[in-house]
Structure formats: structure tokens, C-alpha cells
Design a binder for this molecule. Structure first.
Ligand code: AMP
Ligand code: ZN
Length: 501
């Protein structure tokens, strides 16, 4: 399929200003770099103790949509994401498996990036691993202790003293009265751990504040300070992180810097599955890999997870996934027709006006608090209108250029028209084989991935030859064989094309 490259033909209005809901102010605020050049943002990353589930990826995808849209409007970004590669679960699971935490997490870090690639999530400019920044965390705890905000308990753990930070709760509008379940001694039930003394056999670091390991919250404060400075533009994560994680980050950082940690806070609402919280015991828990093995395309999963605006609860269903698959088919078929069709020279005033209107509505919807649902509507409306114009011979060569530019802007953010679906599916099937999960691979997928693109092209060439020598029986047999493996052939006057079902 021809590529949909964003770039010089972009219709992006240079004047677009992003407006985004800000949890801190409670209002939709302009999102602009405070230094006038580069937007500095921090997004909490994964805890790598298992494979990512679709709820995790919903959050990373929404942040990707924001990133890509900001770039489309010409903004420069410095986006930092942490990887939590040490925590209680990681320590427990690695000990149970008899490996070091590094050995244990390596597999899930690798899987996480493979999954991000499958979903076409762009890499942040900086990826920071907790275990590589322990010194920064220790230094921050020392500064907190010097400021009277941190204290050490008898077992060698360190806690943050919440009563030293009167603004505690300003983000979530809560005050931390919730009783913490940590089994460590502390002055006040609300105080949270900065540093945990090791229990026998647990992974730990020997440091200036004693032996132990960092708490989760201090990680993000220390690493955002290291890579973005003491105050930055945007902090993002799923809604579950607002309290206590982000509240604790604010308390730790601002107690030392006396500056606003982040001016803008973005929280992505949770994903539900069939109207319920996703849970393993409910049987409605899905990793990305589970869905790929069921035969759903990565692009359809991406579209299903971003079609509902980030501030709305997304109810994930298989019907929604099927609908996303149909939408992508429609876009790709139209794009093919657009690229390959023969149109008369010139332009049509009606098509040109429709493209301009769609372009304005598309940008306005995304600029207005990243409303992905509203942004999709004008694109599909334009596809409908252009298809009709083509049917009636009223679509011209210059219309093609205008529509191509709009689709390029669309795909710069949604990233579903260009077809990269074969690779993630092939990789998921290979992974399932390696993990002894072959039984989970959908039967039609098994046949499909056994055919490489080269093998399909070779069969098509053979079919062409067969037709030329009027051996229609062989030609038909090849078509049938491919159809059984989910490969559809379309004959046109320019020769045969194929696609995977
Ligand atoms: P974790 O690896 O659990 O720290 O989570 C990584 C990211 O996924 C965080 O930003 C979470 O807020 C987010 N997250 C976890 N579960 C869901 C869910 N069901 N829906 C949306 N985001 C989620
Ligand atoms: Zn964080």
C-alpha cells in the first residue's frame, strides 16, 4: 500500500492552540511550552512485572495521540517516561522464579516496547529506568530530610511527613486521610514510604541513607527533576494515579523546590470491559497479545482504544473492535482508490470546499481537549462525499492532492491507514509458540501467518502465468488456496492485488 506521509503537504493551521483539561485547575487550559520553545512533559510509565493489558495501553495510546497531535501543530516536545523496574511485586516474583530483578524484568520491558511498536505508539524522547536512577532518589530523600519533610523509622525505612506539606491534596482535592496499608511503622497513618528497608533476602541498595530500595512515588519525583528540571509543563497518567501517586509526587518535589511541579495535569479515564472493571477473576482481562492471538489487527485495537475521548470512560467490547476493523477497511479501501484511480485534470469546487471544512473540523476537535470522536466524524464524512464524487466522475486530480494531504494529517495522529498489521500478528503467534500458548492462537490465524508476503506474491505471479497460458484450473486453485488462508485477491486492469482478511 502506498505510504501516507505527513509532512510538507500538512494542512495544519499554524495558529492551532491546544486546549486540554487540567486536573489541577479544574478547567480546560491552553497547553503551551512555558519556555516558548519546547513542551516538557512527564508521563508515568509501566511497572514491568507482567505483560501490559489493554487498560494500560489505552492510557499510553491517549498520550501518544496528544504527542502526535502536538507535533502536527508544530510543537517541539521533550517527553519523559519512567519504567518502574523495582517494586514489591517485582521483588516477590523474581525471588519466586529464583532470578535477579534485572533478569525478571528484562522480558517484560522487551514485551512492553514490542507492544508499543505493534500499536504504533511513538517513543518518548527520554526513557528512564528506576534502577538506573537510585542515586537521584537518595539525594532527594536527603534534601527532604534536611527540610524536615522526611524521617527515618527504627527499621531503617524513610517516610514523608504529610503534615509538613499543607497543600497536600490540591490535585485530587483529597487530603490523604485514607489509611495506608503499608506494613511499616510511621508517625502518622497518612505518611507514605520514600525508602523501604529490606526484609531478609530482598533486593536492596547500600546508600548514604542506609540499605534499602526506593518507594514508587520518589522515583517519579527524582527522575522528572533529573530530566525536565524542577518545574515543567505537563504531567500525565491514568486516573488511578491522581491519588495518591501524583499527590505524593507533588508533595515530595515541591517541598524541596518550592516551585509548581507541573502546571498542567492530564488524567486518562479508566477502561472498562463489557461495562465492568477488568479483572482476571471476571474473565474479562485482556493483554494486547490476547487480542492479537484472537485474530484482531493491531490497527483495529489502536483505533478502538483511541476513538473514545480520553476524559470519557471507554467501555471496551468485541463489537467495538469489529466496528474499528470495518472503519479501517473503509479508510484503506478509499485510500487505495484515491491513489490508484484515474481522475480528470483540474479540481471540483465542491470537493475542495468539503476538504477545507473537514480539515477545520478535524483540527478544531483535537485542539479542543483532544476530542478524538469528534475528529473522526469529518474524516468519514469526507470519505463518503469523495466516494460519491468519484462514482459520478466529479472528482479531479487536484482534489486527490487535497484529500491526500488531509488523510496524511489524519494518519499522523490516528496511524491506521498505512497497513503495518502483518508484523505484530506474526510476532504474537511466534511468541505464543515460544510460551507454549499455541492453543490460544485462532485457527484462521495459524494458516494466515504460515504464509509470508513473498510466498503470496510468488503464488500470485504463478497464477498470472497460469492465466496467460489459459490454465484456468490452476489459477482458480491458487485463488482458492489463498482464500482458505485468509488472503483475498482483487483483480483489476492493473493486475492482481491481495490483502489479508
Ligand atoms: P501500571 O503499570 O499499573 O503502573 O500502569 C501503567 C499505566 O496504565 C498507568 O498510567 C495507569 O494509570 C494505567 N492504567 C492501568 N489500568 C488502566 C485501565 N483499566 N484503564 C486505563 N488506564 C489504566
Ligand atoms: Zn509516576
Amino acid at each position: 500500500m502506498a505510504s501516507v506521509l505527513p509532512g510538507k503537504m500538512s494542512l495544519s493551521p499554524a495558529t492551532t492552540t491546544m486546549r486540554l483539561f487540567n486536573t489541577l485547575s479544574g478547567e480546560v487550559d491552553d497547553l503551551v511550552p512555558s519556555d516558548g520553545t519546547e513542551l516538557r512533559m512527564y508521563a508515568c510509565g509501566p511497572t514491568v512485572y507482567d505483560y501490559g493489558h489493554i487498560g494500560n495501553f489505552r492510557t499510553f495510546l491517549e498520550i501518544d495521540v496528544l504527542r502526535r497531535f502536538l507535533k502536527l501543530t508544530g510543537m517541539r516536545l521533550r517527553h519523559v517516561m519512567n519504567i518502574t523496574d523495582v517494586d514489591d511485586k517485582i521483588i516477590r516474583n523474581s525471588a519466586a522464579a529464583g532470578v535477579t530483578i534485572g533478569e525478571y524484568t528484562a522480558k517484560y520491558v522487551h514485551a512492553f516496547f514490542e507492544d508499543l511498536d505493534a500499536l504504533r505508539v511513538e517513543r518518548p524522547e527520554v526513557i528512564a529506568r528506576a534502577t538506573e536512577n537510585i542515586d537521584r532518589m537518595v539525594e532527594l530523600i536527603q534534601k527532604l530530610a534536611a527540610a524536615g519533610s522526611a524521617y527515618r523509622t527504627e527499621d531503617g525505612s524513610w517516610y514523608f511527613r504529610i503534615k509538613s506539606f499543607p497543600e497536600y491534596g490540591k490535585l485530587s482535592k483529597k487530603d490523604g486521610a485514607r489509611v495506608d496499608v503499608d506494613e511499616y511503622e510511621k508517625d502518622s497513618a497518612r505518611d507514605f514510604a520514600l525508602w523501604k528497608a529490606p526484609k531478609p533476602g530482598e533486593t536492596s541498595w547500600e546508600t548514604a541513607i542506609g540499605r534499602g530500595r526506593p518507594g514508587w512515588h520518589i522515583e517519579c519525583s527524582a527522575m522528572s527533576m533529573e530530566f525536565l528540571g524542577s518545574s515543567f509543563d505537563l504531567h500525565a497518567g491514568g486516573e488511578d494515579l491522581m491519588f495518591p501517586h501524583h499527590e505524593n509526587e507533588i508533595a515530595q518535589s515541591e517541598s524541596v523546590t518550592h516551585k509548581l511541579l507541573a502546571r498542567h495535569w492530564m488524567h486518562v479515564r479508566f477502561l472498562l470491559v463489557d461495562g465492568k472493571k477488568m479483572s482476571k477473576s471476571e474473565g474479562n482481562f485482556f493483554t494486547l497479545r490476547d487480542l492479537l492471538l484472537k485474530g484482531y489487527k493491531a490497527s483495529a485495537i489502536r483505533l478502538a482504544l483511541i476513538s473514545v475521548p480520553y476524559r470519557h470512560q471507554l467501555n471496551f467490547t468485541f463489537d467495538g473492535l469489529i466496528d474499528a476493523t470495518a472503519k479501517i477497511d473503509r479508510l484503506r479501501t478509499f485510500h487505495d482508490r484515491l491513489m490508484k484511480g484515474a481522475f480528470p485534470a483540474g479540481e471540483s469546487a465542491a470537493v475542495q470546499a468539503a476538504v477545507k471544512k473537514a480539515q477545520e473540523e478535524y483540527f478544531a476537535a483535537l485542539a479542543n481537549d483532544l476530542n478524538t470522536a469528534l475528529a473522526l466524524a469529518p474524516i468519514f464524512e469526507l470519505v463518503r462525499l469523495a466516494n460519491t464524487a468519484m462514482d459520478q466522475g466529479k472528482f479531479h486530480q487536484d482534489d486527490r492532492e487535497a484529500v491526500k494531504a488531509l488523510l496524511a494529517d489524519f494518519d499522523a495522529v490516528f496511524v491506521v491507514i498505512e497497513d503495518h498489521d502483518a508484523e505484530p500478528t506474526r510476532r504474537a503467534v511466534e511468541w505464543a509458540k515460544a510460551e507454549g500458548r499455541e492453543a490460544d492462537v485462532a485457527p484462521e490465524l495459524r494458516a494466515q501467518v504460515s504464509l509470508t508476503d513473498e510466498a503470496i506474491n510468488a503464488l500470485l505471479a504463478e497464477r498470472d502465468q497460469a492465466k496467460k497460458r489459459r490454465d484456468f484450473a490452476r489459477a482458480d486453485q491458487i485463488r482458492k488456496e489463498l482464500a482458505e488462508k485468509g488472503i483475498l485477491i482483487e483483480d483489476s486492469k492493473d493486475g492482481a492485488r491481495w490483502k489479508r482478511r
